[in-house]
Design a protein around this ligand. Structure first.
Ligand code: SAH
Length: 350
């Protein structure tokens, strides 16, 4: 399939269900041929919900005084990582708000301890921290980093992230991660107020340009304690606005798979939140090959409220059955990005 801008935006506007079936099939075939039938499980530990940012969509924003803030200590986090290992996962994902209370050195010792005690692949998702921190954490053993660019529309990005460095800085940080040898993940929100089909088409092209190892795509979910949730964004493009819908999310996942055949693509929690019954399976059949079961201790889970009524994949035999039920199997090992392996083989990285 040609991947210049027009066909992508045409697919994004397609609503004929038969035609969309061909897109789902193409994405599923490309997924199978490039990353196989394994579904890799990543244990997600949301270790702090403190955040210095004020992103217009996110419930963790510092101006939201309605959430109870928490920060897990090192032992508690390492304990969760050990549980992930016991469950047979190959990776833990350590995620937080942008929390200056977690110093660079503290994070480095956390990574080092988890590597020593579990040997698992460690993915970090802590927001923008700068090159020195990324280097320190890489030296401590961190393998991967997730940082979505959220939208490729620089004007919209600036409006949604008041007081933050702009989109260019986000891309600069992603480049540093790549230079330092991390597997690099990014992604976007689907249906942000003010975004258009052309913006989403550009997002897909940007995934390919960044040659991402991991791509996280989820629908924007309204959170009442945020400016977007209160409808506060001045939006003069409303007539062209993209729906934050389930189908639009699948279209973006399928197109991401076609644009980046060897990337690891999760069927996201946000998708499972808007369709608890089978959003997860649909995602896996329309391009995705990764799930992120939630390992955050129950006492903190509800407080990591990026958006309301967040679904959680919890470890259970039922979840594993859901994977097998669609003809797939749970992956073993670290589930590294075949994309990065190929870059290393051709000497394009490090
Ligand atoms: N602080 C880290 C991790 C942020 S939370 C960082 O900045 O990278 C992880 C992701 O949750 C964000 O990248 C964003 O895409 C998503 N998110 C935030 N608010 C959301 C909302 N209201 N609906 C859906 N997804 C949201």
């Amino acid at each position: 399939m040609e991947l210049d801008k027009n066909p992508i935006s045409a697919w994004l506007q397609e609503d004929d269900t038969d035609r969309l079936e061909t897109l789902w099939h193409a994405a599923d075939r490309v997924r199978r041929e490039n990353v196989g039938d394994a579904v890799h499980l990543r244990g997600l530990i949301e270790f702090s919900n403190h955040c210095q940012r004020n992103c217009f969509y996110c419930g963790l924003r510092s101006a939201n005084k309605k959430i109870r803030r928490y920060r897990m200590d090192l032992d508690e986090i390492v304990h969760c990582a050990c549980q992930a290992k016991d469950l047979g996962y190959g990776t833990v994902v350590l995620q937080s708000g942008e929390d200056p209370g977690c110093s660079d050195h503290w994070v480095a010792s956390l990574v080092r301890t988890i590597k020593e005690q579990t040997g698992l692949a460690v993915t970090l998702s802590l927001g923008e921290r700068g090159r020195d921190a990324f280097l320190l954490w890489r030296d401590a053993g961190a393998d991967r980093y997730l940082m979505r660019f959220e939208t490729s529309n620089a004007g919209l990005y600036a409006r949604l992230h008041p007081g933050a460095p702009g989109l260019e800085e986000r891309f600069r940080q992603l480049l540093w991660l790549r230079e330092l040898g991390y597997e690099v993940g990014s992604g976007v929100l689907v249906g942000l107020p003010g975004s258009t089909h052309m913006d989403l088409a550009n997002d897909i092209l940007m995934f390919a340009e960044l040659d991402l190892d991991m791509i996280g795509i989820g629908p924007w979910i309204k959170h009442e304690s945020t400016p977007l949730g209160r409808g506060e964004l001045q939006d003069n493009t409303d007539h062209k606005r993209v729906a934050a819908s389930e189908t639009m999310t699948y279209k973006m996942m399928a197109l991401a798979r076609l644009a980046c055949p060897r990337s690891n693509i999760p069927s996201t929690t946000a998708l499972a939140t808007i369709n608890a019954e089978n959003g997860c399976e649909h995602g896996l059949r329309r391009g995705a090959n990764v799930l992120m079961p939630n390992m955050t201790p129950a006492v903190h889970r509800a407080d990591y409220e990026i958006y309301p009524a967040k679904a959680c994949f919890l470890e259970s035999s039922e979840q594993r059955f859901r994977i097998e039920n669609i003809g797939r199997y749970v992956g073993t090992g670290r589930g590294d990005s075949p994309n990065r392996d190929a870059r290393i083989a051709t000497g394009e990285t490090l």
